[in-house]
Design a binder for this molecule. Sequence first.
Ligand code: 3PG
Length: 210
Amino acid sequence: MSDPMPSIPEILALGPVMPVIVIDDAAQAVPLAHALLAGGIRTIEITLRTPAALEAVRLVATDCPDITVGAGTVNNAALAKQARDAGAAFAVSPGTTASVINGCADAGLPLLPGAATVSEMMELQDAGFSAMKFFPANAAGGISFIKALASPLPGIIFCPTGGITQDSAPDWLALSNIACVGGSWVASQPAIAAGAFDDITARARAAAAL
Ligand code: 3PG
């Protein structure tokens, strides 16, 4: 019997940093996943922004069972189904629409829904979501914005992404309503394209130690 699909809070608890991946060549997906695993990363978001992305999700889901792979940039119901069919364990969206929510529900795909305003967060909470992506984190208000939400929006935990770095991550992670942070700095698109996997492992190790 296969393991039950982990919940979003369980996935966010896998580590302090969830690398956000933009990948151009699916053949690099498994070496990339191994490089991240070697550094202690246990979950990643592969954004569906490149033609190679779905195949990359499929390869990591099939060949790297020790890493929990999600599909990012799931902006509509069709992408939710494609992500699920590729083997994604969860979906991430930059913002949230009924199409995304219903598409993920129909696909049986746990969703980390994006939100950037208090009203969006309240609507998501009403819809049953307790964990959200705060995007674009720096541009939408940064650390002071999320810090101010802990009291009026108890029970919501966030994974902020957008402009976060190794240096700024500790300040985010210090907040009580931050579950983990996401970002591309661990494995950037150019670093992946260059096959700089030793460098990616070093960055992964530093991120996992936060
Ligand atoms: C994204 O969706 O691209 C993430 O927010 C990553 O943002 P970053 O490249 O600023 O880390």
